[in-house]
Design a protein around this ligand. Sequence first.
Ligand code: ADP
Ligand code: ASP
Ligand code: MG
Length: 412
Amino acid sequence: MSLIVQKYGGTSVGSIERIQHVASRVKQATDQGHSLVVVVSAMSGETDRLLGLAKAIQAVPAPRELDVLLSTGEQVTIALLSMALEAIGCPARSYTGAQVHMLTDSAHNKARIRDIDAARVRADLDAGRVVVVAGFQGVDEQGDITTLGRGGSDTSAVAMAAALKADECQIYTDVDGVYTTDPRIEPHARKLERITFEEMLEMASLGSKVLQIRAVEFAGKYRVPLRVLSSFTEGAGTLITFEDDTVEDAQIAGIAFARDEAKLTILGVPDQPGIAHRILGPVSNANIEVDMIVQNVAADQRTTDFTFTVHRNDYDKAMAILHDTCAGLNAREVLGDPAIVKISLVGVGMRSHAGIASRMFEALAVEGINIRMISTSEIKISVVVDEKYLELGVRSLHKAFGLDQAGEGKTT
Ligand code: ADP
Ligand code: ASP
Ligand code: MG
């Protein structure tokens, strides 16, 4: 008998029928003798609907009030799932984040989990009940409701599994595992049986939203056995492993991409110590996260150009700041492009294989895709390209690296 934490995402609990289907799956596991904690998201579309209501009143709603509003989505699902379980003879009890003391910091809308008091959950499990917990939400030290950022129910589930020392944390979603890339973009994407924790961390941080990055970080820190599976079909899904034992000699585990990036350039800044700080200091003071940064070598020995990327939502704000900096530094000009995307190859196999970057650039060149920026680390290579090349870029790389080999198409 094991203790299992299961998490069901929005699509999996998107209607009464689907909630009943989840209930029958949960009951199946309890009938096999397992103890179950089930973390659920809001019904699909609900968080966006609530956000829309808030924005109809205020363009930038107060973060504290937004959390009070957004957390209601998950509260609906926990109650309905508990009822659905009781209705089929499976004793269950629902809890909000606050009720299970999912203690977070006070960073509303992007709070981090600090601690969970699992005593109440354990008591229910010992009494033979299924515990249904609202994902995505917590409570801070003042007792205020917080939320964990979009996709945060993944993190609630992993944190719950860590606190309970569960045997496995199973993330049930609308695909049957982690694929070589988003199967919505590349129909030939291949399901991975295993992916290393390190690769999953990169994939998530480079834009693959199948798992929230903080959930992967949490799983790594507390070594939570983590699996991604489908709530609609049977199958073993994808296991996130902690060993560095890549299957075969695969060089690339997968391709991640991030839409909604934007690029800003300041031309003709003096080539002196302290300039990067003068440019990026005000940007980070405005709480704008900067991703890639490139500074050209000064061609004329006196001035240089400086380019960086931000999330597209922050583009206008970053542009205004950069114009001020331009005037202050007597720089030549500010340029911007809000229609770019980032595509990344990820794989621990890169450590032992040379020439991956040049193969990547060749594959993009064959399609006439211009690379605007490049950044590399030990296990990833990212390029920034024009938004219109997102699909073509992902598909051509998928093919060039043999990820959609014949006969190994999508397994559902
Ligand atoms: P949930 O609501 O269950 O949390 P999400 O929409 O957050 O589901 O995440 C699942 C989605 O992630 C899939 O439908 C898929 O389009 C997307 N996705 C992106 N990259 C990948 C990948 N590499 N493998 C599988 N799914 C991916
Ligand atoms: N309901 C939240 C969202 O849509 C959290 C989650 O689903 O993980 O982002
Ligand atoms: Mg999700």
